[in-house]
Design a protein around this ligand. Sequence first.
Ligand SMILES: NC(=O)c1ccc[n+]([C@@H]2O[C@H](COP(=O)([O-])OP(=O)(O)OC[C@H]3O[C@@H](n4cnc5c(N)ncnc54)[C@H](OP(=O)(O)O)[C@@H]3O)[C@@H](O)[C@H]2O)c1
Length: 439
Amino acid sequence: MTAASPSTPLRVALAGLGTVGAGVLALLQRNLPLIARRAGRPIIVTAVSARDRQRDRGVAIADLAWEDDATALASRPDVDAVVELIGGADGPALTLARAAMAAAKPFVTANKAMMAHHGLELATAAEQAGVPLKFEAAVAGGIPIIKGLREGAAANSIAAVHGILNGTCNYILSRMERDALEFSDVLADAQALGFAEADPSFDIDGVDAAHKLAILSAIAFGSKPDFAAVAIHGIRPVRLVDIHQAAALGYRIRLVGHAEQAAAKLLQRVQPVLVPLAHPLAAVKGPLNAVVAEADHAGRLIFMGAGAGAGPTASAVVADLMDVARGERGPAFAMPVAQLVAMAPADPSERQARHYLRLRVADRPGVLAEVAALLRDSGVSIERLNQPAPDADGSVHLMIVTHLVAEWAAGAAPGARGGRRAVLAPPLIMPIMEEEQFA
Ligand SMILES: NC(=O)c1ccc[n+]([C@@H]2O[C@H](COP(=O)([O-])OP(=O)(O)OC[C@H]3O[C@@H](n4cnc5c(N)ncnc54)[C@H](OP(=O)(O)O)[C@@H]3O)[C@@H](O)[C@H]2O)c1
């Protein structure tokens, strides 16, 4: 990339004109003078690609060059930088990323799936080509968390990051609590309102949050992005009864992406967690996202805002383009690829915590004592035990809060000899976030 004079516009190609792509066009049209003053030069879109050329996208594209094959954008002489907003870990998005690197063109993407799976390859290619690879919009939409950690907190050693990284899950959990609704009812409503996809599995099963966590971990800990090492549990098993029980105990259930360094190992997991009401993550409601980073010198850093949507996501994409326009080309994952280390994954089930257990049990006398004995035999000591009234479907549940115990031990009792007679279904186990973690 050669240095541009202040009056030379940065000429951009946009691949994908959906929610985010159209949002980027709209934002650039609206704020262009301000953006040009801040970036030192205008940013203009010269060429675009999508599947359907005729579709009305609510923004003018008639004057822009069109490519049916998005890959062709990378080699156009009137394109200085490529923006990928198609989505998907592989396929046309990855082909375009590789083509942009091969053409030594700066590359901006909002694609967390691709960055989680192929981030290392792309960062290596970007370094070799001497071009920036930027993906602020890939994690927590409009929240400048990548810049915040990579630049603002660059001098700190980060002990842990916790994040609410999926707005759909947070919306569902918030609505279950606010309106006393079951998971399936809120999901249907969220789909009707556009907060959840027709196929919501990537969101509610925690995969989307895990993509973002893998990217965040690499930046926070200087580790090679390792999506396969993220332990993933989604929110499907969470019931209204759990929300009520958690509230009675002083907690709110949140899908939390958590990463921490333990010795030379890296723990990464996404799962529903009981968050104390006083913790900043408990205050995050509706489709918002938030990330809390524990930094050794800056202390606790809290980032919160809109994790999705046309405006917020376009804001992050265009901020990356402004960095490109200024000629900034820091390493993708906060340090050169050669400095990133492959950290061995820590086993989350070994982590000691108090745990919340919900067990569906047989409706007969003595079952409570049987379960207590099973837990005792597995080395699990009980801090609280509660048996709420049977569900509408007649299911009988036991809610248990354990003392400090490894998750595997908390989950072992129901599967132990005799456990299957008393416990009728796999238990729901959620760790409890402790007050000390944020004192
Ligand atoms: N939506 C959000 O709030 C949000 C937030 C953060 C990150 N992201 C990420 O941003 C990316 C885009 O998301 P989105 O919500 O904007 O998706 P979207 O609304 O589904 O838009 C995808 C776009 O890609 C185009 N496309 C599909 N296949 C293509 C191909 N082979 N060649 C060229 N164009 C192709 C589609 O064309 P047609 O329009 O012609 O069908 C559409 O314009 C994804 O990586 C997503 O994870 C989205």
